[in-house]
Design a binder for this molecule. Structure first.
Ligand code: SF4
Length: 221
């Protein structure tokens, strides 16, 4: 069973699959503790916030309510209600869960899966699942980046606010060399002009890619 905070359909706003119609399944629970986190409502799994699937699927704002759901129920719901064929499993920190049953079930029904993770847990998913690691280094939760997550990554999407964030990424990549097929993307935190310029300059210098949070410019979920 998965603890689900919300499920909705939109356009993937950032990273490699920017612009792709996507179903987002947001799982509850995250111990990482990023200061700028924009989904803090997913951090705690509070017993008193447990509700039913029917309440979760109609929620419109951010809140701490969650429900238990099986992989089969989630997939059946996607088939019945959405047209996107790309499913983003996010959080919270989705890799606290064994995602093999969910990604297998989704793929069996013709979906492509993507996981967005902080890189602090081992990724348990099908071999075909696209893994986006957004490495959260030195956060309040004091969780180290898992070597297995780095080697499994198809995409490293790094949030950047200042020069030291680039230095941290370079140190991480030196400790965990990536396969040549792994994409590296820099993403300015909170669309700040200084961070954006820093990302653009660093991407050009290293032949990396820029990821902008287009959903924030478009004001969509
Ligand atoms: S890993 Fe993601 S959900 Fe968890 S605190 Fe960081 S930004 Fe928020």
């Amino acid at each position: 069973m998965f603890k689900v905070n919300e499920i909705f359909e939109t356009i993937q706003g950032e990273g490699f699959f920017t612009g792709v119609p996507s179903i987002f399944i947001r799982l509850q629970g995250c111990p990482v503790g990023c200061a700028w986190c924009d989904t803090k409502q997913t951090w705690d799994v509070l017993e008193e916030k447990e509700t039913d699937f029917g309440t979760i699927i109609v929620k419109s704002g951010d809140d701490e309510y969650w429900c238990q759901s099986s992989a089969k129920d989630l997939v059946d719901y996607c088939i019945a209600h959405y047209s996107a064929k790309h499913v983003v499993i996010t959080g919270g920190e989705p890799c606290q869960y064994d995602l093999l049953p969910l990604t297998s079930e989704l793929e069996a029904k013709g979906y492509r899966c993507q996981i967005e993770t902080s890189g602090t847990f081992e990724v348990q998913a099908t071999a075909e699942t696209w893994v986006t690691v957004s490495p959260k280094i030195g956060m309040k939760g004091k969780l180290p980046i898992a070597a297995s997550a780095m080697s499994r990554a198809n995409e490293i999407k790094h949030p950047v606010g200042k020069e030291s964030d680039i230095d941290e990424l370079k140190a991480l990549l030196a400790a965990h060399p990536l396969s040549p097929a792994t994409e590296v993307l820099l993403q300015p935190i909170s669309q700040k002009p200084r961070a954006t310029k820093l990302c653009i300059d660093t991407c050009i210098e290293n032949n990396w890619r820029l990821s902008v949070q287009t959903h924030k410019y478009l004001n969509i979920a």
